[in-house]
Design a protein around this ligand. Structure first.
Ligand code: ADP
Ligand code: MG
Ligand code: ZN
Length: 501
């Protein structure tokens, strides 16, 4: 309305000025720019609200969620309360109002909430806890009110009799009330949320179900977890190997894979990856393949993508030729030790600088292990020290490149001690005297270092020649490395030829 008046006056004024011989061109130009700007703002506004409201635009169903079999089953069971709520009502069962999804980021909680909307044929509206937090008191509370109102009106408009309100990062508003740096604004927002949930009835049409997500359930105000509120908690954990395979299959469905790709190999090598990281891995692999002008994604692309997701993009760092040789020797030291203490454990060796690392040996995790024995921990210490020990063996000195390795090794030694696996026996970790702890860490490291040195000494000459090869090639798959170790590869043959010549 106001806009129309301004435009009208503007046009009149321009004509008036032009009539008196004023140069109106700059005005016209300015007007054109302003109009263009305001149109852009409009467009953006529509896009952001539109993408959140429309339930049809992104129909996600449970089949598009890999792994998470338990979580999916529990969620479906809970949703059946909503789906068959007439029956539930006739049995006098209290309706389910809230479901809380807990777990680390990128494991598919948002996907689950969307799939829940599809499964129950509900409309889907969402907001994130951080959106409710503003400087002005009361804004958060009124946003919560609006969110629920929006859910109801959207359901009516689309002719559905239920709505799902998804609140991501609920810990931001649902933290313990009045505790610590408790903030009045957060409290009001939380109170409003509880009020909305308490007011919901089964008889209400449309029925509203709240699904919330957090990775910090311990932080939540207990009032949220009371019966009649979020009384279902479903854990959405990092996927296990089978789950990772399933996710990789889903994420590569639309991508051309070469015959040499065995997704199970990648699933095995990606312990600890979330669904989101696996998604990013498949995407990166496709980009790498494209960059190389290939029309299919090969195993090597997927492996490089694992490195990239773990370590970041290759950096522009350009080590000197000498440094490259040293890095190669260092990484091979890790790799030879790893294969010796745990055969078939080396997945990939690379000396391309990524993130903060100059090189890196990726190991196959021990079958998704959650418990380690003393021997396994000691072996991991050897692998961590292998880099520095190899440098010393070949160059007679060490470099700063092993700083991280030493931190890792000391951490492992500490774990040994705290778990009662050291010579100190069972200890009270909290009251252990610092000098005794330090002494024992030093002893463990020295012992493992000595064993690693003995092991690598027998590889001295071969390490040198393989490092030349690695400097040429930049990276090496685990299989090639094992073939070399067993003296069965072309590289080994060449080595033999060179020494006999
Ligand atoms: P969260 O909400 O737990 O942080 P999201 O649901 O937002 O995780 O996941 C982000 C992206 O990661 C998804 O859009 C999807 O591409 C991928 N993803 C995460 N988990 C899975 C899974 N279990 N199956 C398939 N894809 C997944
Ligand atoms: Mg999410
Ligand atoms: Zn190292």
């Amino acid at each position: 309305m106001i806009r129309e008046v301004i435009i009208g006056v503007g046009v009149a004024l321009t004509i008036f000025l032009a009539f008196f011989g004023v140069n109106v061109f700059p005005f016209l130009l300015l007007t054109a720019v302003l109009v263009a700007l305001s149109m852009m703002v409009d467009r953006k506004g529509i896009a952001t609200t539109g993408s959140k409201e429309s339930a049809v635009a992104h129909r996600i169903d449970f089949q598009q969620i890999g792994g998470q079999e338990n979580a999916k089953r529990e969620l479906r069971e809970a949703l059946d309360f909503l789906k068959y709520r007439d029956k539930i009502k006739s049995m006098g069962i209290r309706p389910l109002k809230g479901i809380l999804l807990t777990g680390p980021p990128g494991t598919g909680k948002t996907l689950m909430a969307k799939a829940a909307a599809t499964y129950t044929d509900s409309v889907f509206v969402s907001a994130s806890g951080s959106e409710f937090v503003e400087m002005y008191v009361g804004v958060g509370a009124s946003r919560v009110r609006e969110l629920f109102k929006k859910a109801r009106s959207l359901a009516k408009r689309e002719g559905k009799d239920s709505a799902i309100v998804f609140i991501d990062e609920i810990d931001v508003v649902g933290g313990k009330r009045g505790s610590g740096q408790g903030h009045q604004e957060y409290d009001q927002t939380l109170n409003q949320l509880l009020t909305e949930m308490d007011g919901m009835q089964t008889t209400q049409n449309p029925f509203v179900l709240v699904i919330a997500a957090t990775n910090r359930v311990d932080m939540l105000d207990p009032a949220l977890l009371r019966p009649g509120r979020f009384d279902r908690q479903i854990k959405v954990d990092l996927p296990d190997r089978e789950g990772r395979l399933h996710i990789l299959e889903i994420q590569t469905k639309n991508k051309p894979l070469a015959d040499d790709v065995d997704l199970d190999v990648i699933a095995k090598e990606t312990f600890g990856f979330s669904g989101a990281q696996l998604e990013s891995l498949t995407n990166e692999a496709a980009i790498l393949a494209l960059r190389e002008g290939k029309d299919k994604i090969h195993l090597q692309h997927l492996r490089d993508a694992v490195d990239k997701v773990l370590m970041g993009e290759k950096t522009g760092k350009k080590p000197t030729e000498d440094e490259l040789h040293r890095v190669a020797v260092h990484e091979l030291g890790h790799a030879v030790t790893a294969e010796n203490v745990r055969p078939n454990s080396v997945a990939h060796i690379t000396i391309a600088p990524r993130g903060n690392a100059l090189g890196f040996v990726r190991q196959v995790p021990e079958n998704d292990a959650y418990l380690y024995t003393k021997e396994q921990l000691e072996n991991q210490i050897k692998v961590a020290l292998g880099g520095a020990v190899a440098e010393e063996l070949i160059y007679g000195n060490r470099s700063t490149g092993a700083q991280n390795d030493f931190m890792q090794a000391s951490h492992l030694a500490r774990t040994l001690i705290h778990c009662g696996l050291s010579r100190l026996g069972i200890v009270d970790a909290e009251n252990l005297q610092k000098n005794i702890l330090d002494e024992e860490i030093r002893r463990i490291l020295a012992e493992q270092e000595e064993e690693t040195r003995k092991l690598l000494a027998s590889y001295k000459d071969r390490l040198e020649s393989l490092s030349n090869y690695l400097v040429d090639r930049e990276s090496m798959p685990g299989e090639d490395f094992r073939a070399w170790l067993k003296g069965k590869s072309d590289i080994a043959q060449r080595e033999v030829a060179a020494t006999t010549a």
